[in-house]
Write a protein that binds this ligand. Sequence first.
Ligand code: ADP
Ligand code: MG
Ligand code: MG
Length: 433
Amino acid sequence: MFIVYIPHVYIRGGYNKWNSVVTYLPFTLFPSPVPKAALLQALAVQTHFNTLVDKISQDPDFLGEALDRTIQADDFTAKLFGIYKTVQQEGRTQSIVMGLIRSDYMVDQREDGTPSLRQIEINTIAAGGFGVSDQLPVVHRHMLKSVGLLEESKRIQDQSRTREMTAALAKAWELYGQQRQQLCLFLSRNIPVIRRKFDDVSRKGSLDGDKRLFIDGVEVAVVYYRYGYMPDNYTEQSWDARLLMERSLAVKCPDISTHLAGTKKIQQVLAKPGVLEKFFPEQPEVMEQIRATFAGLYTLDMGPEGDQTVAKALTSPEKFVLKPQREGGGNNYFGEDIVQVLQAVKGDKRRAAYILMDRIQPRTEQNILLRKDLPLKLTSVCCEIGVLGAYVRHGGEMVLNEVTGHILRTKSIKNNDAGIIGGVTVFDNPLII
Ligand code: ADP
Ligand code: MG
Ligand code: MG
């Protein structure tokens, strides 16, 4: 029984430039300072975000209501939702659910100088950054030592994030095996992994009478999507392949409902008064811990509330970020671009494809970005903390719910939007202050 890994297909964007050369993933020369309290707060709330994402994914009424206007305005979300509906109507076949997610934050420095942690977004599909950057603490410790900062070098921690993230995949795989009463096969944890593109799945994938997923003749226990989060990741055949996998008995990381739970529209709806209460009726302290990280988020659905959002954004665009339902960086609007987009869509339901968010003014640090395409110079930068979480649920029981580490990504303050692949952001480590 296999895990199938749907890999990134580097057709567009920054990776294209590197096709013919071997090079490093971009990183900072030194670690960047991050306030200890902010990092601890982000780590402490992660298992609650894991629970929240999982609860949302199990709530068809909430998902349906929250995304109703968005799917009328945004074709990509509508397609994902179409798959979700089909799976719902057929009846879910798999009671093992898992998530490998990353909740991102910036430290807002505005309010009277006190730093406050603000969530930027949650990624529930293809959340990356671990694995590739695991050696960076070693590099940063070396750099600090080489300039005589011995004490500081001790504050750079190693992490076991990749091992812990993959342990969740292994757990799901094991549970699938138990369900199929083939545990003895799995005790060795020698899990075979195959990499297949959507295209391969559409040509070679099939379901048997029990909806078990077979690809190239082998049974797939877990599907891990490292792709499929952007519209141009899909052709018509890929949509069919995604549907096939979603209908199957294989555990999906993430399944379609967990994918939808990570949309920006859901993030905005969660920030409305009274909504988090519904998910944590008996845990007000958990709810408060989650809410404390929220920035202002505003609906653009048709109606008086959405009208107010439009007015606010047009009056002071510099205070906001306009976000469509997209992932991967480079899709948001800032400043005058917000005005342009809103002027075009403000009179009709197309505006529901977006949400508006308070713009965070992150702490500025000095660092040197090592990117092949940038000159080496001291740059004013800002950082985004990403906290990784992993969970596995079997029916009604959470069998694993963990915070599995953190990453730091840094960019020049001259860039509004971000993205490692898009060529803006680089990997970093927090130097706790
Ligand atoms: P994506 O899913 O494309 O990564 P994000 O919501 O993370 O979308 O936005 C991309 C980038 O835009 C972030 O990494 C951050 O640099 C910037 N950004 C997003 N929201 C805000 C905000 N509220 N304030 C300031 N910058 C933001
Ligand atoms: Mg994202
Ligand atoms: Mg992001």
